[in-house]
Write a protein that binds this ligand. Structure first.
Ligand SMILES: O=C(O)[C@H](O)[C@@H](O)[C@H](O)[C@H](O)COP(=O)(O)O
Length: 231
């Protein structure tokens, strides 16, 4: 376990600092490999960070691929769509020329055929990711690794790259990158805000089963994680 914690007084400062760190990772990946892929989380936390990153001018955005660590199985017209959030908040201005690889591939359910279609697309991603930015729910989930997820064990151990997962706390069916695939990254970030999530993180860092708080699988992996937190 290797955790580096960065705390900020303001949400706006956190967003700017996280965007600068991810931008550095993107530039380094492009310099090294000619291209950079990043995977970001959805939900209510990352909007300001998306804005700050998308406005960054000194990135060759046409060499960047943006995807999601997980997605709700809804199309992009839904306000539950993480793809919609990324498009509206990040892929504007300088970042508008980046390519976006969606996890949702159509239809009402993440059937085997639909997930296979997504996996074909994701197999063309450059490896490793330049940066993976995780969020965390108050139930200790990250990506769509939910407590009680029907494919949780596989999601935490399989090469993937992605799979479908359904869980009582997840709302609609989800699709998620697997943990091994997410850990193939130059930089791994956990972005959380608020006292409640700080307390959830403390609890997750303690003893207890991964199945109760799946974020523990990330925290107990060999991958160094940088936690960005503000009240
Ligand atoms: O699609 C999603 O919901 C996510 O990617 C998810 O893993 C998210 O990061 C956490 O649920 C935290 O969500 P909030 O930022 O809304 O608290």
């Amino acid at each position: 376990m290797s955790i580096d914690r960065r705390s900020f007084a303001e949400k706006a400062t956190l967003a700017k600092e996280l965007a600068e760190s991810v931008a550095d990772r993107i530039r380094a990946a492009i310099a090294e490999r000619g291209t950079a892929a990043i995977a970001v989380s959805g939900g209510s936390t990352p909007g300001k960070f998306f804005n700050a990153l998308g406005k960054t001018k000194d990135i060759e955005w046409d060499k960047v691929i943006v995807t999601l660590v997980d997605e709700r199985w809804v199309d992009e017209t839904s306000d539950r769509s993480n793809a919609l959030l990324v498009n509206e908040k990040m892929l504007q201005g300088p970042a508008a020329v980046a390519r976006f690889f969606p996890l949702y591939s159509g239809g009402d359910e993440p059937t085997d055929a639909a997930v296979a279609k997504t996996n074909t697309l994701m197999a063309s991603l450059p490896k490793p990711f330049a940066a993976v930015i995780l969020g965390m729910g108050n139930d200790g989930h990250t990506a769509s690794f939910f407590p009680g997820g029907d494919t949780l064990d596989e999601a935490l151990s399989a090469q993937g790259p992605t799979l479908a997962i359904r869980a009582p706390g997840a709302g609609e069916p989800r699709i998620t990158f697997t943990l091994p695939r997410l850990l193939e990254t130059d930089g791994l970030y956990l972005h959380i805000e608020g006292e409640e999530k700080a307390a959830v993180l403390e609890q997750a860092l303690g003893e207890g089963p991964v199945a109760d708080m799946p974020i523990r699988a990330v925290l107990r992996s060999d991958a160094p994680v940088t936690v960005y937190w503000c009240p």
